[in-house]
Design a binder for this molecule. Structure first.
Ligand code: FES
Ligand SMILES: [Fe+2]
Length: 358
């Protein structure tokens, strides 16, 4: 299993960046985030910056580095601007070639080329890879391609977005998202209020790189049953289950998706260093096919309480992950984690992780 120093060693973090984050498909954003010509967004993937830019409807991804003297091309999280270096004003087209001559007529412009990333889309979710990936996106996602396609095509409006800096190694954070035993101890007033005790794990599948399962919710109150009925009536909800449950989906290495037959939350993690992980939470409503006053009234009341629940839950997880990280840092080097029955998905994660690190 993963040796303890892997949770804080700088050298391991460098290898992870290279072998895991830069060499596999990484989900970054939604197609709709860049609707207009020259819309761009910057992300950090595997320790380096990538700029995703809309060139008249074509979405391309390049290292955010000018090949002249290496200034970053774009700045800020997102914006609308041609792809132009702010230093000496070279401008680039969708092939990553310079299209003006600010460095004089004699300069060898044809030698300048941006480093282009591999890019592909599943449903509405945009994926990139820094190195040439060994599999196409469809092959990499396997059975979960259809799942991601369905769920991202069934969401409507973004109802919440927030970032959280977690002072813990990314692997501890991910392991926490896929283990069951803490549901009642860490979340007694949030998650535990929602699901049946003991947890009943249904429809579990875990072919690498995917982990997917559902857990049955408590019996719904009359009001909750009414809400479900309204959602079914007004929304295009292909991802809803026939029974009340929380559905969880983890895509190795850094994405989790969850819902309770309502809005969907996407948690995307970015390892900043061995000891820091940035979490981006985005919550989307189910896509409404009919909107009327009843639906508007319901969502006005319901969405803020769902968002509040997600916020509380994520802060409880942040706190426990930070406590585990401090513990790991203080553990004697030869100490080993001893897993319990509820930890079998962590073992699964660790197997995937170690196979990528070979
Ligand atoms: S560094 Fe970009 S144009 Fe000079
Ligand atoms: Fe949790």
């Amino acid at each position: 299993m993963i040796p303890i120093e892997y949770y804080f060693d700088d050298k391991i973090f460098v290898i992870e960046n290279e072998k895991i984050f830069q060499s596999n498909w990484q989900p970054l954003c939604f197609k709709g985030d860049l609707p207009n010509n020259n819309d761009f967004a910057i992300f950090r993937v595997g320790g380096v910056e990538v700029v995703i830019q809309n060139f008249q409807g074509l979405i391309k991804a390049f290292s955010n580095v000018c090949p002249h003297r290496f200034s970053c091309l774009q700045s800020g999280r997102m914006g609308n601007r041609v792809l132009q270096c702010p230093y000496h004003r070279l401008q680039f087209n969708h092939f990553g070639e310079s299209i003006n001559k600010p460095l004089g007529e004699d300069y060898p412009y044809t030698q300048l080329k941006l480093y282009e990333w591999h890019i592909d889309v599943c449903g509405q979710l945009v994926f990139v890879s820094f190195n040439k990936p060994s599999k196409s996106l469809k092959e990499y996602l396997g059975a979960c391609f259809v799942y991601i396609e369905n769920i991202t095509n069934s969401i409507g409006e973004e109802i919440f977005v927030e970032e959280q800096l977690i002072e813990a190694n990314w692997k501890l954070v991910i392991q926490n998202t896929i283990e069951f035993d803490h549901a009642f101890s860490v979340h007694p007033k949030t998650f535990a209020e929602l699901v049946q005790k003991p947890l009943e794990i249904l429809d579990l599948e875990a072919p690498s790189p995917l982990i997917h399962y559902r857990t049955r919710c408590k019996n719904l109150s009359r009001e909750e049953r009414f809400t479900q009925k309204i959602f079914k009536q007004f929304c295009n909800t292909t991802y809803f289950s026939d029974y009340p449950c929380y559905e969880h989906f983890y895509l190795f290495p850094l994405l989790t998706v969850g819902h309770c037959n309502g809005p969907v939350s996407f948690f995307r993690y970015t390892p900043i260093s061995p000891s820091q992980t940035l979490l981006q939470i985005r919550v989307w409503s189910p896509k409404a096919v009919v909107e009327n006053e009843d639906y508007a009234k319901l969502t006005l009341k319901l969405f803020p309480s769902i968002v509040d629940f997600i916020k509380k839950l994520s802060l409880e997880d942040k706190e426990i992950c930070e406590a585990v990280f401090r513990g790991v840092m203080s553990a004697p080097k030869d100490m080993k984690m001893i897993f319990s029955k509820g930890d079998f998905l962590i073992e699964k994660f660790q197997e995937s992780y170690l196979s990528f690190m070979k």
